[in-house]
Design a protein around this ligand. Sequence first.
Ligand SMILES: Nc1ncnc2c1ncn2[C@@H]1O[C@H](COP(=O)(O)OP(=O)(O)OP(=O)(O)O)[C@@H](O)[C@H]1O
Length: 611
Amino acid sequence: MTTQQNEQPRYEKDMPFRELADTFERIEVITSRTQMTVLLVNLFKKTPPEIIDKVVYLLQGRLWPDWKGLPELGVGEKMLVKAIALATQSRESEVESLYKSLGDLGKAAEKLKAKYEEKLKKGAMSILAFVPAKKELTVGQVYETLSRVALATGEGSRDIKLKLLAGLLSDASPKEAKYIIRFVEGRLRLGIGDATIMDALAIVYGGGAHARPIVERAYNLRADLGHIAKILATQGLEALKGIKPQVGIPIRPMLAERLNNPVEILKKVGGDSFVEYKYDGERAQIHKLGDKIWIYSRRLENITHQYPDVVDYARKYIKADEAIVEGEIVAYDPDTGELRPFQELMHRKRKHDIHIAIKEVPVKVFLFDLLYVDGEDYTLKPLPERRAKLEEIIEQTETFQIAEYIRTNDPDELEKFFFKAIEDGAEGVMIKALHKNAIYQAGTRGWLWIKYKRDYKSEMIDTVDLVIIGAFYGRGRRGGKYGALLMASYNPDKDVFESVCKVGSGFKDEDIDKLPEMLKPYIIEHKHPRVVARMKPDIWVTPALVAEIIGAELTLSPLHTCCLDAIKPGVGISIRFPRFIRWRPDKGPEDATTSQELLEMYKRQLKKLSE
Ligand SMILES: Nc1ncnc2c1ncn2[C@@H]1O[C@H](COP(=O)(O)OP(=O)(O)OP(=O)(O)O)[C@@H](O)[C@H]1O
């Protein structure tokens, strides 16, 4: 077996890997977080600044931040068993049985390594052979070798990985072998949190606890703790103080608190606020540098490859050389423009062929913040300033636009907008403070943003039969035809038809093709006298035709008049994500589901949302 020492470059500024393995071992037996910090402080004091980033990554149990999208180690248990067998000149069956009895492959490696070293020593003693003194493994070497293991891909990569690992284990002491194996297995499990690492960094390189918020702020702006540690260790605290976001490195997201009372919410944010749709999609932090685009998820994974369409929009419609903006990616129906449920977006993510997925589940992006543009950090500027700049640099289109919002300090207005948001397929609303301290609190959940979602949801179990009272012109593939219908329930007490929803989904192409002919005899120039509606369709029709409809749930809406004021003042009952099932030619308009029945259904199906 050739040893890694001979193949690997030695690091000028390096330290023995033993130091790290010793720290791991001590961390395993301590019981308090303070002790953990002390151990890390001692470790960092011994660490040359040039390799602090590698030490931090190894403490985090990874080789680099996940968002880099670099390959993982890609080493299975079988390969590890082989590598241990090679490095300790044992049989694979021996490794396996020891693994079985100890329940820990790291410990098995440690034992076999110790046994092998013992054997070597004895052999050397008995024949008085010359055994060259082994050089110590260094952090740099271990890091470099493991990186090469991860980056070896494609044909022949299995052999390369095996050879590299076996070499590394040959050079390792028993204890080092144990931790190398656990690291590769992803089972280091030392429970060292980022916060503890930051505490220790602040003490060693920042001069004490006062440096801690500066380290944290830097990490929030650039979610790469190794990178932040290296700047701190090599350039000092002042360099960290001036740190700005960097395009390509994700910013840790700002998060919202939750409240369900509009009056209280407005009090919390200081009255005047933006109330925005809380879209039900995937959060996207979009970075642009010239033509290069990165998209990061809520958990800062690199999801760029999942959204080539969004990459395209960002390239075209962000009018800045460098920018970081945030928004929500939502699935929509191109024929009606309506938003689709979150599950459809997930369906798209599961598809293997991204080009088919893009066609089947097209998406829109609703932008809600701007964090950085052309060299300027916007995270410390108040929201109105960020929004104004966002509006300035975005060319808004159908598929790439600013989130729907109102500015208000009126709880009733807030509530109405909330119901409208739900009916339009959003989850609720986000209320955002506008005062001068309303900065972008990266990495923090706070009261500058408050989410307002429903407590209750009325599941829709049964279908309903509703009457057509109007129609909307279609777009996309439905251009020149009707794309959606305005549907109503019957109110026998008043003998009127009350609007419930606008339905555009569930129709087959032939249904859409037949609509103009079906509706033609019923078209009228104005709203029918027996129709009560707030929404205005492109054409009105006499209530006559009935269709069976289902939806995700019954919901409250300020746009519809079915049971208006019955549950809450100013809002009626509606259907969220309604879908056409079939025509009901056997039913006349007065046979449709009544408003009273819808009210009963709403009440019956009311369910507390357990979160
Ligand atoms: N207009 C908007 N402004 C901010 N966030 C929005 C908006 N629309 C949708 N969102 C989504 O809502 C989330 C904000 O809620 P929160 O900060 O509580 O995050 P969360 O913990 O992911 O919660 P949730 O599960 O409710 O989405 C964001 O992460 C984002 O994905």
